[in-house]
Structures are given as structure tokens and as C-alpha cells.
Write a protein that binds this ligand. Sequence first.
Ligand SMILES: [Fe+2]
Length: 292
Amino acid sequence: MFHVFRLGYVEFNTRDIEALKRYYTEVMGFSLVEEDADGRVYLSSSTDHHNIVLVPSTLSGFARFGLQYQSDFSAKDVVKQLAEIDIKAELKTDTKPGVPEVIGFSDPDGYEVQLFSEMGTAASGFKHVGIIPNKIGHLSLRVESAKRSVQFYEKLGFINTDWIEEFFGFTTCNTDHHVLNFCASPRKGLHHLAFELRNYSHLAHCMDYLGKHQIPILWGPSRHGAGHNIATYHYDPDENMIELFTDGDKYVKELDSFEPRPWHRDNPQKPKVWKTEDCISQWGTSFEKALV
Ligand SMILES: [Fe+2]
């Protein structure tokens, strides 16, 4: 079987590629790795060839995402293994730079998922100016049924960590509290994309940096309940909601609980169903826009 272990990249369609390119290079501090013949822009915040892809389009918004997997089997065999769990997937080779083999399929809401095992490296690496997150932390999608989405991604090996009521499900494929989460919503699309920062002082510095670029904060910083990440939210130029966070819970699969932290109110802190009012802010901060 294959083992999905990481959210590798997220792709956005955009009507204004220059504005998003400026945001990712000058504000977020990503390296511009490559622009292909079709105008797609590949950006990296690590040694990966890309973590964000911007695709010129007539519509702006979330396009697709890539999950990295490890397997002793070939990509063709992984396609067969996916068929055995009722996921019809297609293997494509050399369709994009940096990723020689992509296994594509649609999830229950029609979101395009790409599995890949190998990713080329970005020679430029980390930049020195800008927010420069550690990594893409998690992707949050609006779905018809959070329960249906959680069950689908469990087939790919994801573990359901927490819930907010029945409308927001959290899943992980590694030790992070969540890598993908799903918000039941009447409309489809991105809920938010989150980038992990190094610590609270980095986050505070980033608030100053966003202010310098006239990018207003929508909410936070404050500490969430589920995941206990200290989070803050803003919009990118296309009004995709972006979260910057630090201090997220670490899941210990063997104990089915999270590494103890002084701010946990449960001891041990185990996956559970949270009430919305207990989950949004542990600091009592009011949450006006980010969940709309
Ligand atoms: Fe988040």
C-alpha cells in the first residue's frame, strides 16, 4: 500500500497573476522558481520545486492540491491500489515541472487531488525577506458533507483528529493536528490555506509586515481550541483566506492523543468533538469574519 505523508502544494487559478505573484514573492517571501510557457508560476517556500502554483485563468480561486506519498510500489501499482478502494485515478507523466509522475483523481466534492512521490528541488531555497513560512501547514476546503469528506480521506490513510460540532472535520496524515480539514458549506471552494510560522514572535513580526503592505488582519491572533494553533487570518489579493499560525498540536498516533501542552484543558488532550464557542478562541477573541 502507499502512505500519504504530506501536503506538498496548492494551486490557485487567478485572473490577476501579477498581483498574486507579487503577494507570494514580496509578502509571503516565496522564491519564484519557474514560469512555464502557459504562464503558470511555480513558487517555493522550501527546497521543493514548488509549494504554490498560480495558473492564469478567467476565474480566481482554489484549483487543486498535491499530496506526497511513499510507496515500495510503482505509480501504476498505486493506481491499482486506489481502484481497490473505489477511487478511479489516472497516472500522468511529465505534465508539470518538478513532478515527473502525478496520479490524479477527484474527491467526493469534485476537488482535484494529485498524488506524487517525487518532487524536484528548488535551487533558490528559502528567501531572506518576507514572511517566509516553515511550510504549508494545512488546507481547509468547503464541502457538502464534512463527514463524507473525512471518511473519503480516511481511505487514503488520513486520521480524523477533531470535530467542531458536526460541520468541521479535521484530518492528518502525519504528526500535525490537521493537514486537511473540511467545513460543511452551501458553497464550494477554499475555506482557507494555512502556513506554519516558527514561533509567536515570528507571527507578531508578520503582523507588522502585513501592516506595512496595507494588508488588514481579519481575525486574531488568538489560540484556537481544536489544534490549539495561535492563528491569524488575512486575504490574499484574490480574497483567498490565508491563515498564519504557530504552536499547533502534535498528534501521537500510538497514544491517540496530542503531546501535552500547558494550555490544554483536557488531560490528556484526545481527539474529540468541540463546541463551536469553545473551539474558535481560547483567549475570548471575537471571531467576526473568518468563518463566514
Ligand atoms: Fe486553519
